[in-house]
Design a protein around this ligand. Sequence first.
Ligand code: PEP
Ligand code: MN
Length: 378
Amino acid sequence: MIVILKTGVQPNSPEFQQILDYLGNKPNITPRVHHEIGSIQTVTEIYLIGDTASLDKAEVESLPGVDRVVRVSEEYRIIGRHRDDRRPTGFEYNGVRFDQDNLNVFAGLCAVDTPEHVEQMMRALRDHGLVCTRMGAYKPRTNPYAFQGHGKRCLPWIFDAAGKYGIRVIAIEITHDSHLDEIREALRRSGSPTGVMLQIGTRNTQNFELLKIVGRQREFPVLFKRGFGITLEESLNAAEYLASEGNRNIVFALRGMKTNLGDPHRNFVDFAHIPVVKRLTRLPVCIDPSHSVGGRERAPDGLLDIFHVTAQGVIAGANMILVDFHPAPAKALVDGPQALLLEELGPFLEDVAIAREAYERRRARVSERRERLQSAAS
Ligand code: PEP
Ligand code: MN
């Protein structure tokens, strides 16, 4: 059960104390207080763990200072979308909004190789009005002899260029908790010109100790990739680890599933799960067409498969796109074959805009139909 307090109820107020006293007197109930600090207001929620079935929802709702009470199902207590749950989705970070209604494009390098390529990439983003990107510094590789990423050495290249080109949020995968400290330190040294979204890769989806550490900090939001060989339920439970430790600023990414049934694509594209994740949780949903498709094959209609699956994801309501670009894919040290060219950025964004407009029209039609039915019934 979640007790949502009215905005403005302070932790030191008599109402707050009265609510805690009331809950503290109930047998086998443990309250856990969570403050969600937003740019405009702070929302306080009290999570009740234990024998909540014995609590009278209406009685708790009648306490002064309580806005409403949500009974949660056992699964995905914090990230989940529960019955009568009208809480807003998403969050804002460094001036960029992430929720289940909007769309952000993170085009960038799979792996940072040279400062020049970082610079060229970010200049192209600025020229197209984009403020987010992806930049791989720590690369989890299948082969131990493959390039492992430049690590902390390349962070100053990334942050300095981000400041120069007005980039506000950069998705950077981390594979170890020490990377978190390295990112903090490099950001500080460069004067914190940008924001970072910590990426948990598909190989670490169930690295629970890493998830707990990333979940305990609330400075950076998290881009959480679905595990490529586990069920959706298992991946969502893993995302709940982040939230249960305190960080709810999570975007859930679909990146394709590992099975030969997806051949000839690198992974079986799983964007049909966008509405499913949006229904089960309040998390914004990202798609990664690059790692899903894995190549630059083109359909007979002239469009690259990566463009096609991106459009499929966007028309189904995706909220973020993580996509590999490279100024010279032949020279890329990781995943060159799936990288789009800088001159394809414009056409890519135009195609995304077409799909997004179609999604918005679909959504508007269904809400118009609903309103008509409701007014006919009343
Ligand atoms: C990546 O985005 O660079 C990456 C390694 O993705 P994934 O974890 O989905 O394989
Ligand atoms: Mn990659």
